[in-house]
Design a protein around this ligand. Structure first.
Ligand SMILES: [Zn+2]
Length: 428
């Protein structure tokens, strides 16, 4: 299937160009006004001056947690997690997790998100929904525990992780990747970190984790080990593989140096951090010290939306507030975090994140004719500061249109509403 997108404001790594983009076999074949003679299209999309952007990457999420959206807001983290979230997660099963995942994917696609990094359980159910929906995902089983002295061979979650890798890694030519996840330093022990690090090295996969989300957790780690979470994980070899580290709110300059020199990605989750009052990550410091940056929504239970537009705007605003400096985190830098930066966090930088020939056609077409987009002085400014999900006209992954003009082409949203309402009643 060949698609020609004509008359678009195309966001390329070199800047915005009003031109055409050709898509062939799921990849970007060319960008420019000179259409190759051997290219013929099956479908023509007239962009009418709308913005064509690389698809957004949500580099940190817990997809099934849409089911817990709005169930407990405005509480402190401990009370929220232990009294409201954990007891309800115990009542979830695979069918429910699948419905929650589908709801999350539908929301992501409607907001131009083409790839997501996920850490949860029920990985089989999540992977099946990812496969059917057409979105890209890096899926990891969040490993906790080993407190009872269990090992890689005896730990149930580790066996599920191995199964995830065996059954789903590189499924559909790598559209699905299996990552591994150490849930967090404070929910596990050094033996588990070593095993997870070995596993990531053995299979050449990304290692996801939560790092220094709250001050409490960061301080407790120093009291326990005499080192920060980043330092103790580094000492056990965790950073030998590509690490995708969510939050990094309370990391020190020395932690940032470890992240930078090991090529790790820090995933900023500004809305979740603000809602749980965890603090404001020092994005300016992290960037200046050379840390690869990405953006994530975190789960819908602590956000409560899965919108790249909300994250981009909030990230820029709170960075400026934190530094008392309006030049902190410029819009273009934030946009790059959400596209190429996210692709890097997923180990997909050679595959997507930018619009240029040879890359996967993971694209989002954003309407320029909405009132909040007029007049269009700067495409990047409009996308970061003014746009919202309603501006998304079309979302495609690998050249396949998954969402267009308000309609999902791979997800039955009416059925989904019925399913999620039934689950809501069960969890209430
Ligand atoms: Zn998280």
């Amino acid at each position: 299937m060949n698609i020609l997108i004509q008359d678009a404001r195309v966001i390329t790594p070199e800047g915005t160009v009003r031109t055409s983009v050709g898509i062939s076999d799921g990849k970007i074949a060319f960008v420019g006004d000179n259409i190759p003679q051997d290219f013929s299209h099956d479908r023509l999309i007239d962009a009418r001056g709308d913005i064509l952007s690389p698809g957004f990457v949500n580099a940190h999420c817990h997809l099934p947690m849409t089911l817990l959206r709005g169930i407990a807001d405005d509480l402190n983290l401990q009370k929220w997690l232990f009294d409201e979230i954990f007891p309800r997660e115990d009542r979830l099963d695979g069918t429910m997790a699948a419905a929650g995942t589908r709801a999350a994917i539908a929301e992501c696609l409607a907001g131009g998100i083409t790839s997501v990094s996920d850490m949860y359980f029920f990985c089989d159910d999540i992977a099946r929904e990812v496969l059917d929906s057409g979105i890209k995902a890096n899926i990891a089983r969040g490993l906790t525990g080993y407190f009872d002295g269990s090992t890689r061979t005896t730990h149930k979650a580790f066996r599920e992780q191995e199964q995830l890798l065996r059954d789903w890694h590189m499924e559909d030519h790598g559209r699905i990747r299996a990552d591994i996840a150490i849930h967090a330093e404070y929910t596990s022990v050094p033996a588990l970190w070593r095993d997870a690090a070995d596993f990531a090295r053995e299979h050449g996969i990304v290692l996801q984790t939560h790092i220094s989300e709250t001050e409490h957790e960061h301080a407790e780690c120093i009291a326990k080990y005499g080192k920060t979470p980043t330092e103790v994980l580094f000492d056990e070899g965790v950073f030998d593989s590509r690490v995708c580290a969510a939050h990094c709110v309370h990391v020190t300059d020395a932690d940032a140096a470890i992240l930078a020199s090991n090529g790790a990605a820090a995933v900023h989750c500004p809305c979740s951090n603000a809602k749980l009052a965890s603090g404001i990550a020092r994005v300016d410091m992290l960037r200046k010290l050379g840390v690869h940056m990405a953006l994530g929504t975190d789960g819908a239970s602590s956000n409560n939306a899965l919108s790249a537009f909300s994250e981009m705007k909030t990230a820029c605003l709170i960075a400026k507030l934190r530094e008392c400096d309006p030049t902190a985190l410029p819009a273009l830098e934030c946009f790059r975090m959400t596209t190429a930066g996210g692709a890097y966090a997923q180990g997909r930088e050679a595959e997507c994140g930018e619009i240029r020939p040879g890359m996967d056609a993971d694209l989002v077409l954003i309407s320029a004719d909405r009132p909040n987009m007029m007049p269009l002085h700067s495409e990047i400014s409009a996308m970061v500061y003014a746009a919202d999900n309603t501006c998304v006209r079309m979302t495609m992954v690998r050249g396949k249109i998954l969402y267009e003009n308000g309609e999902h082409l791979t997800i039955d949203c009416e059925k989904l509403r019925y399913e999620t309402e039934r689950i809501r009643a069960h969890l209430a």
